[in-house]
Design a protein. Structure first.
Length: 209
């Protein structure tokens, strides 16, 4: 999603040479209203230009992680690993043979996870936590991971390389908790990324203060 579509003024700031050379973004405050979030941030345009104060009204928040560190980039994306558990099919990954080399498999899975998720998802998030990783890989039949099918397919390829005969089962649509029960996720979502901070939500409305 391009910022020209959302806010022309923001797009002009972020595309300027001054911002690219010396600019920055700093989250200065948050305010919650149920599943809505007001996020305030300041922009240093660069080249000693006057600073700007902005806020974004965010509706339908699904997930967030916010810190106050300075950032050099702000993005609003419709495709990103942080959206996988909310927008794409989920599955269970099983295997039926022990790994030929559990130690090498650990390194291989870690590298694939890091590359596939661009380091936005913790390594242990979807892997079966009932056993240590090495004990899991020494098992002859077990659940390896539950989560986004796209990520589990990458895991599955690595498991097969180590002779584990991996299989994906139970493909299903993602769900979310709504009031007092689970419902299938049906709303289109985007992720706002400011440095290492992010918010996954339904809509974002930017306003200069």
């Amino acid at each position: 999603m391009e910022f020209e579509v959302l806010n022309k003024e923001l797009a002009e700031v972020f595309s300027s040479l001054e911002f690219e050379e010396d600019g920055g973004i700093h989250i200065t405050g948050t305010e919650w209203f149920d599943d809505r979030l007001k996020l305030e941030f300041s922009i240093k345009p660069g080249n000693n230009l006057p600073g700007q104060l902005w806020e974004v009204q965010i509706s339908g928040v699904r997930k967030e992680s916010i810190n106050a560190n300075w950032a050099d980039k702000l993005e609003l994306l419709e495709e990103h690993p942080l959206l996988w558990e909310h927008m794409y099919t989920q599955s269970d990954l099983y295997f039926s043979k022990a790994a030929t080399n559990p130690f090498e498999l650990f390194v291989s899975i870690y590298q694939v996870h890091s590359k596939t998720t661009m380091d936005w998802i913790p390594f242990e998030k979807f892997i079966n936590s009932g056993l240590t990783f090495l004990d899991l890989c020494k098992s002859t039949n077990a659940l390896f991971a539950k989560g986004p099918t796209k990520l589990l397919e990458a895991y599955s390829f690595e498991l097969d390389k180590f002779g584990m005969q991996a299989n994906l089962f139970g493909k299903r649509n993602p769900k979310r908790w709504k009031v007092d029960h689970w419902v299938e996720e049906s709303d289109p979502l985007s992720v706002l990324i400011i440095g290492k901070s992010y918010v996954v939500a339904e809509s974002f409305d930017f306003t200069r203060v």
